[in-house]
Design a protein around this ligand. Structure first.
Ligand code: GCO
Length: 263
């Protein structure tokens, strides 16, 4: 039986992949044989360092600096990648920011910035990568959603609005593009040990204890726990899966939680 999970030689563009969950998925897909296109917009050095890290692990990687919220930059980057590396087989829309500010104190500009990066940029990048996938009648798009695609949490209104929207954008992409043999799905990470969650993960921080209690697996996820879901949704194994958000959350969304005094 051909290996349903074989992605050897596929070209995977992962936005925001110089660190965190993006880098973890880059390692996962790279170790499975895909060529990784690293993207970032903060500094060329960070991109070069990320490419070097992947190459040091025997992974074929290249880096492209572009701002995923600027359509002209995205169009040019996609053109360069597809001429210099090859057609993009797999797109992971991972780039994202979060601002933890109570709504009454949040500036409109802050709200707009989060929505622009976390929701509008997946629209922009997908639109321009999907064109080639549709022509080739094959492709995989994975949008990185969140627990906040399903649940609210105080202080993260813009992030929740964006990630909720990204869940529905995923379903709409599937609605419009599945007939061209393009599969568009989402991954919804639970709470993972990353730079983004570092401020709320320190020992003794009330949120740290809350998450441990709210997660049936009773721990923070390790970024490497996402590799399997990313490989599944990037491979033949998911060719009839579309518009699905695969939650990798240690069981958070499966439960209402438990009383404080219950083990
Ligand atoms: C927060 C966290 C979350 C996680 C993740 C959960 O402040 O609640 O940063 O947003 O990062 O998105 O799925």
């Amino acid at each position: 039986m051909t290996n349903l999970f074989d992605i050897k030689g596929k070209v995977a563009l992962i936005t925001g992949s110089t660190h965190g969950l993006g880098m973890a998925m880059a390692k996962g897909l790279g170790e499975a044989g895909a060529t990784i296109v690293v993207n970032g917009n903060s500094s060329q050095q960070k991109i070069d360092d990320a490419v070097q890290l992947l190459k040091s692990e025997g992974i074929n990687a290249v880096g492209y600096k572009f701002n995923v919220t600027e359509e002209k930059e995205v169009i040019e980057a996609v053109r360069k990648i597809e001429s210099e590396v090859g057609p993009i087989d797999i797109l992971i829309n991972n780039a994202g920011i979060i601002k933890r500010i109570p709504m009454l104190e949040m500036e409109v500009a802050d709200f707009r910035e989060v929505v622009d990066i976390d929701l509008v940029s997946p629209f922009i990048v997908s639109k321009h990568v999907a064109k080639g996938m549709i022509e080739r009648r094959q492709g995989k798009i994975i949008n990185i959603c969140s627990m906040m695609s399903e649940l609210g949490r105080s202080t993260v209104s813009a992030y929740a609005a964006a990630k909720g929207g990204l869940k529905m954008l995923t379903k709409n992409m599937a609605t419009e593009w599945a007939k061209y043999n393009v599969q568009i799905n989402g991954i919804g990470p639970g709470y993972f040990a990353t730079e983004q969650t570092k401020p709320i993960r320190v020992d003794g921080h009330p949120f740290n204890d809350f998450i441990i209690g709210r997660t049936p697996a009773a721990k923070w996820g390790d970024p490497s726990d996402l590799a399997g879901a990313a490989i599944f949704l990037s491979s033949k194994a998911s060719d009839f899966v579309n518009g699905h958000i695969l939650y990798v959350d240690g069981g958070i969304l499966a439960t209402i939680g438990k009383p404080a005094n219950e083990e």
